[in-house]
Design a binder for this molecule. Sequence first.
Ligand SMILES: Cc1cc2nc3c(=O)[nH]c(=O)nc-3n(C[C@H](O)[C@H](O)[C@H](O)COP(=O)(O)OP(=O)(O)OC[C@H]3O[C@@H](n4cnc5c(N)ncnc54)[C@H](O)[C@@H]3O)c2cc1C
Length: 357
Amino acid sequence: MEPIVFEKSTPGSGSTGRSGGGIRSQFSTPTNVELSAVSREYWDEFEETFDADIRRRQPGYLFVARNQETAESLASDVEMQNRLGIDSEYITPERARELSPGLRIEELVGASYSPRDEFVDPHLVTMALVRALEDDGVDIRRQTKVTDVVTEGGETTGVRTRDGQIDADAVVNAAGPWAERIAAMADVDLPIKPELHRIAFVRPEGKLSGSIPLTMDLDTGAVFRPEDDETVAIGGGSESPRCDPDSFPRSATLEWTHDVLEGVTELSDRFGPGTEVCNTMSGLYATTPDAHPVLEETRPGFVNVVGFSGHGFMHAPAAGKLVTELLCDGSASTMEIGSLSSERFEDGTTMPERSVI
Ligand SMILES: Cc1cc2nc3c(=O)[nH]c(=O)nc-3n(C[C@H](O)[C@H](O)[C@H](O)COP(=O)(O)OP(=O)(O)OC[C@H]3O[C@@H](n4cnc5c(N)ncnc54)[C@H](O)[C@@H]3O)c2cc1C
């Protein structure tokens, strides 16, 4: 196989460069947990394999629940995760406060924690991968936009760029928030919504050590995680508007920042009135109706690896492995991917993921 990568800008210029770099196994569906488990081995070996420092930090993820129903879902998610080999645990609010000092636990009824959930730097990961691919002779064509997908007699046979038509045995659509547009070039209709998600970086009034877990209130959506010993990334908010991937706001509004600060203040006593807002950032999730990706050969020669709904960075290793199997062997063998077919949107067999950050 001689892959060619067409990139309309530069590697990492899309959602990957705006990602939080979070890697977790705490999901509510077995499919997402399995995608995490398949990816885990790769992340564990990444630095050694690629001889690269990717700023790995492993403080774990802590999910807390205010409502009894949410707590019960968390407990059953943990059981399912444990069956699939993930060492997450269901814990009390008191234990949650030990892990995340300052947590306001008066109204919490339960929590779950996974110590191996972690963060890495998406830019360092992208650069390490690009270097390794180019060292292996892979042709990465920067500033080369795919303008059409060529289809002949129901089969995809190549793409068009400013350099003309390039024939291929298969075309893989991995265009993140632009994926719906690439699919449309092949007359394939995929329900992928580019959705705005924002992060603010703040310096909290109270000390929050860099080793505390990402802490998320599943009932309000408020979330924070230390970026380093001084800065904390915060997020949440209910609004995730659809945006044009070619023109969307690159930073957060005052209103959003204010709402999110209120949310984390309700969650932890560390965000007092002296908290400083250092920066804000936004990017796009490529969201499907059930927050699972589409991973399939949609038609002969046209493969979609799209719609990762905010989990595409951490699940990229599994996605790469499964697509390679599809292309080289004709089917995926590492895990069952029938549930990731786009047919689910028509036949109603979707499986909504509850734990979306
Ligand atoms: C604020 C934020 C925080 C996030 N946090 C996390 C997290 O903690 N963990 C996690 O796993 N995920 C996270 N995500 C989601 C994650 O960033 C994405 O799921 C992932 O980066 C998708 O990777 P991708 O390669 O599919 O898409 P992208 O990184 O968007 O890459 C698609 C590429 O396709 C190129 N392209 C588009 N159209 C064309 C064309 N016509 N021709 C040629 N090239 C084209 C683009 O230039 C782009 O570089 C976050 C996202 C955001 C916005």
